[in-house]
Design a protein around this ligand. Sequence first.
Ligand SMILES: Nc1ncnc2c1ncn2[C@@H]1O[C@H](COP(=O)(O)OP(=O)(O)O)[C@@H](O)[C@H]1O
Ligand SMILES: [Mg+2]
Length: 259
Amino acid sequence: MNVSSPLGLPLVRSISPSRSIASPDPGISIAARNVNFAVSSRLGPVVQILKECSISVPTGELWMLLGPNGCGKSTLLKILAGLLTPTKGEVYVRRPRSFVFQNPDHQVVMPTVEADVAFGLGKSRCSPDQVRLKVSKALSSVGMSDYMQRPIQTLSGGQKQRVAIAGALAEACKVLLLDELTTFLDETDQMGVIKAVKNCLDESNEVTALWVTHRLEELEYADGAIYMEDGKVLCYGDPVKITEFIKAKQAAYIDQINS
Ligand SMILES: Nc1ncnc2c1ncn2[C@@H]1O[C@H](COP(=O)(O)OP(=O)(O)O)[C@@H](O)[C@H]1O
Ligand SMILES: [Mg+2]
């Protein structure tokens, strides 16, 4: 079945393999090697959006991807999801993988929470009892067990994001690619989503997440971080060091404006 979101954008749950390279290391679930991405239009020259990006994210960890608006975070995430093909370079992402969009209304389609989480299992050969078990386990991971029969439209934005993540988990997703989920959320909802993702990773050593954000305070939940600027990965690794690096950049920028 071909499904579109209310705004006509493609709805992506589990993404089927499009292009694959061998795992660089059994302990790595996400890897990109010298990835470039360029677009060209009839009117203008080729625009280089990603330039020689290389990253690797260990299995079972939550990593955050940060950088100014327009630096290429979503483009890199879409390449990792298989939604875009790099112009040059290689990617490896453990399967199944799922992409969760920024706008919570772009990914919940069914009338109730239970039906929405079960949606992706429609194509599996699970019995109704097995489906119920997978749905209830996934909802428990994201702290939404009490909302099983709730109509989707009564949920907050963060609760919808958690339902979307539960949908991915129900399908035994191994890699979660999460694009600025907390942008439209208030502080309570924001914390609910981060804690749900953390909990999913703590409950299973097999799930790995790459979380795009512009909120520095979210870095305290990360096992690792990647900082991008102008289509390039400037640094990656220890979140504390990346936080210091970004704060130093912000301070230098403010000094420059003041002087
Ligand atoms: N299909 C496209 N055609 C032209 N430019 C694009 C396209 N997709 C993204 N861009 C440009 O690439 C840059 C990076 O975009 P994006 O990955 O969305 O950045 P971020 O998520 O970091 O804000 C932006 O300047 C954006 O305008
Ligand atoms: Mg983006």
